[in-house]
Write a protein that binds this ligand. Structure first.
Ligand SMILES: Nc1ncnc2c1ncn2[C@@H]1O[C@H](COP(=O)(O)OS(=O)(=O)O)[C@@H](OP(=O)(O)O)[C@H]1O
Length: 374
């Protein structure tokens, strides 16, 4: 009795181990089949665990064969206050871009689910100028399905260059083939080392400079500093070395930034003029669609952003977007954009205007465009 019981238990154990071997084999075969059909890659990867192998170092400036829509949670951005005002809902991949990715992936016979896009170095940068209207331009561009941009200013080529190019690239949004990666940091235009550094990343980069009447720009710059430091001395005491002689203090950054010809000279040592587009900050306000047409042409993009995207907001006194990226509601830029300026004595403004005139004319000659600031 005891022995036959042992046999039954022994046979049952054998059957059980055969069944588990069978199921293990089935599982292995299913997994191998699943991988062979390319579906293994479909599981989302985290930025942190796959960073090393995820980036193809030889793929820096070339389109990647991977066609993967961006996962917003994987994005790595350093937010600035000004980006945060307009960026929060703009961080998701627009639906039309995701659709485009799906279509593109399907047409290539690649499973849609294993597409994430590639972090690339920017092919186009908005390099200046501070207070020129750079945020407005970037937000207008972000409506375009073929543009993906970092919301915050990376400040790589001026402040964080020692972090290295891979750090910089890690800040970029993922793009699909045919999409342009962009960033804006207005201080690049006045940073001596920026042109050579940008060139060492990509000498073919397209460079956009939003310029604005340097006198108004200086007042705008001063208004920003004053908003952070209400005890700031008057504009005239900072702009003029000597109020009686009217000597301008060119060491004050609010004045120095407006010497566009000087800064451009430095850039032209590294990039030909054909790589630049100068956007009029004034026209970006008076005719945003017209100026956006020029920008899209320069970037080789289809003219998608047009009149129908803008409306003039009477309260704000500026053009606003009917539908910013990732949102269905109209949106104006934040409070720090388009704020009232303090009144500056007219003779101080005139002194500044006279001071800038030769520099402006030189800049018109260099850029081949008359911005009409005089
Ligand atoms: N559509 C729209 N809405 C609001 N503001 C607009 C717009 N278009 C251009 N501007 C002008 O942009 C000026 C701020 O320039 P920037 O964005 O380059 O400033 S910053 O350097 O990034 O701080 C900002 O300067 P201020 O008027 O002095 O605030 C605006 O005049």
């Amino acid at each position: 009795m005891g022995c036959s019981g042992c046999r039954v238990r022994f046979n049952f154990g054998k059957v059980l181990s055969k069944v588990s071997v069978f199921f293990t084999m089935v599982l292995i075969f299913t997994y191998v089949f699943y991988c062979l059909t390319g579906l293994c890659d479909s599981a989302p990867r985290t930025l942190y665990s796959h960073q090393g192998s995820y980036y193809d170092t030889a793929d820096d400036l070339r389109p990647s064969p991977r066609l993967l829509p961006d996962a917003p949670r994987l994005r790595n951005r350093t937010d600035s206050a000004d980006a945060a005002q307009v960026d929060a809902p703009a961080r998701q991949l627009p639906l039309h871009a995701a659709d485009g990715a799906k279509k593109s992936a399907e047409s290539n016979g690649i499973p849609v689910s294993n597409s994430f896009g590639t972090k690339r170095f920017p092919q186009a940068l908005i390099v200046g100028v501070k207070k020129g209207g750079t945020r407005a331009l970037l937000e207008f561009l972000r409506i375009h399905p073929d543009v993906r941009a970092v919301g915050a200013e990376p400040h790589f080529f001026d402040r964080f260059y020692d972090k290295g190019l891979e750090w910089y690239r890690s800040l970029m949004p993922r793009t699909l083939d045919g999409q342009i990666t962009m960033e804006k940091t207005p201080s690049y235009f006045v940073t001596k080392e920026a042109p050579s550094r940008v060139c060492s990343m990509n000498c073919q980069a397209k460079l956009i400079v939003v310029v604005r009447d340097p006198v108004t720009r200086a007042v705008s710059d001063y208004t920003q500093t004053l908003s952070k430091n209400p005890g700031l001395p008057s504009f005239q005491s900072l702009a003029l070395k000597n109020t009686t002689t009217g000597l301008i203090d060119t060491t004050w950054s609010a004045v120095r930034i407006g010497l566009y010809a000087k800064h451009l000279e430095n850039w032209l040592r590294h990039f030909p003029l054909s790589h630049f587009l100068f956007v009029s900050g004034e026209r970006l306000v008076s005719d945003p669609a017209g100026e956006m047409g020029r920008v899209q042409d320069f970037l080789g993009l289809k003219r998608v952003v047009s009149e129908k995207h803008f409306y003039f907001n009477q309260t704000k006194g500026f053009p606003c977007l009917k539908k910013p990226e990732g949102s269905s509601r109209p949106r104006c830029l934040g409070k720090s954009k388009g704020r009232p300026h303090p009144e500056i004595p007219s003779e101080v403004l005139q002194t500044l205007r006279d001071f800038y005139r030769p520099f402006n004319h030189r800049f018109y000659q260099m850029s081949g465009q008359d911005f009409g600031w005089d």
